[in-house]
Design a protein around this ligand. Structure first.
Ligand code: ZN
Length: 426
């Protein structure tokens, strides 16, 4: 596939973004009750961009804004809505995103673009280990994307290792789309049942919802655990319902690429300024061409590293590293601040830890406290684990020993797509 000009030319991208952002703002002013209020407040002269950087004059949109005025974000009559997706809101209750026919098509084009970034073609067969129902967007997007690409699709859904292998052996998928923490279970099932994963048709796994690289873009513990046993290529992705757009890694594995036709992205530091290559900041997105529930400068709360140096694949589109943390999950411990993901990565890499959850509490003084509830194995495991953790993290978290059942009760909620390893009780 030849690269598009917008993927290789910064000038072409700027021109495209300037035109598209202006169209987007005019669309919001005309059709969104929420943004009519917001943009009137900003003043009519502020609603035209002369250059892309002028976007910083516009207000952010928070998840709570969408939750508190959900229906005011809908830009079309309800009769034009084709699919309703929800996410859990921070204010309690769920937050709806409404998709029109055009939005469903856009979602498919987006996910086809995501597959192309990962080097997939219409010759591939995709096995989707994702939930397509429960009002989720991701599973639907992966289905529409493979269809847009013209490839074959096997909707095997999450879990069910036996069904997955039966499906792999019968229909020979070349690509799996899955939550990566499920893959070790898939490998164990194969090995326990006399199946050699390396003799299967699967060549690539598109990983959703969880990181497979560390902050330096090197494979993390989970990725190594998978590829040591199964010779497959893993691809990171990063997306959310509000974005309706997926960032995806190319075969160079240098961070996930933005699809510039579909979204404008800012990565901002504490002062609200765009960060430089290699620095981290909060990801702010403006998805383009969304008709049903469009947003402007949506604050994801995700902290990622930003890269804009040309990638060896030939694209020079902005790229992001894995989510190092959520802005509101930042923990302040004895003068240092850290994101709980760092603790989770460490725990995953310690062989004495068999199962765990991480809880964040605030103590009676309002200070943050990290409590790890873990099932340990091996001799003298508690001391070893504490030593390894405090060595890496410079702070000593509280460790409470728990049974497998106690941990799993905290971890698994039937309304969640994936196990909840971090529980914020602050
Ligand atoms: Zn690349």
């Amino acid at each position: 596939m030849p690269l598009k000009q917008i993927e290789t030319s910064a000038l072409a991208r700027e021109n495209y973004w300037l035109k598209s952002l202006n169209e987007h703002i005019q669309y919001l002013k005309k059709n969104s009750w929420y943004y009519k209020d917001q943009l009137m407040w900003a003043g009519p002269e502020a609603t035209v961009l002369e250059e892309v950087a002028d976007i910083s004059n516009f207000p952010f949109t928070e998840k709570d804004d969408i939750a508190s005025r959900n229906e005011d974000f809908l830009c079309v009559p309800m009769t034009d809505v084709r699919d309703i997706v929800t996410t859990s809101g921070t204010l309690g209750g769920s937050v709806a995103t409404y998709l029109t026919q055009k939005d469903l098509h856009r979602l498919g084009v987006n996910e086809a673009g995501s597959y192309l970034l990962a080097g997939c073609t219409k010759e591939d067969t995709f096995q989707l280990l994702t939930t397509i129902d429960k009002r989720f967007m991701a599973g639907l997007a992966y289905f529409l994307g493979a269809n847009e690409l013209g490839a074959r699709i096997i909707r095997s859904g999450p879990g069910a290792a036996q069904l997955q292998w039966e499906s792999i052996q019968r229909f020979s998928p070349t690509v799996l789309v899955a939550v990566p923490s499920f893959i070790p279970r898939l490998i164990s099932y194969a090995l326990d049942n006399g199946i050699d994963p390396n003799k299967s048709s699967v060549k690539k796994i598109i990983c959703i919802g969880e990181a497979i690289r560390d902050e330096n873009l090197q494979p993390n513990y989970l990725a190594k655990r998978i590829t040591e046993q199964w010779d497959v290529q893993l691809f990171s992705t990063y997306a959310s319902t509000e974005m309706a757009t997926a960032f995806t890694e190319c075969e160079a594995g240098n961070g996930v690429h933005l699809q510039p036709e579909l979204m404008f992205v800012e990565v901002l530091n504490e002062d609200g300024n765009q960060v430089k290559n290699g620095e981290s900041g909060e990801v702010i997105v403006t998805p383009l061409g969304v008709e049903g529930t469009p947003v402007l400068r949506f604050r994801t709360g995700d902290i990622c590293h930003y890269y804009d140096e040309p990638c060896s694949c030939g694209r020079n589109t902005p790229r992001l590293g894995p989510v190092v943390g959520r802005k509101q999950q930042m923990v302040k411990l004895k003068g240092t601040s850290l994101y709980p993901n760092a603790i989770i990565d460490e725990l995953n890499a310690i062989p004495e830890v068999a199962n765990f959850v991480v809880e964040l509490h605030s103590d009676e003084l309002g200070l943050d406290e990290v409590v790890i509830k873990a099932l340990l194995r091996g001799e003298n495991a508690e001391a070893k684990v504490l030593e390894k953790l405090s060595g890496k993290l410079r702070v000593k978290p509280r460790l409470i020993l728990a049974s497998n059942d106690e941990i799993n009760t905290l971890k698994f909620d039937e309304n969640e797509r994936k196990p909840k390893i971090l529980i914020d009780r602050r």
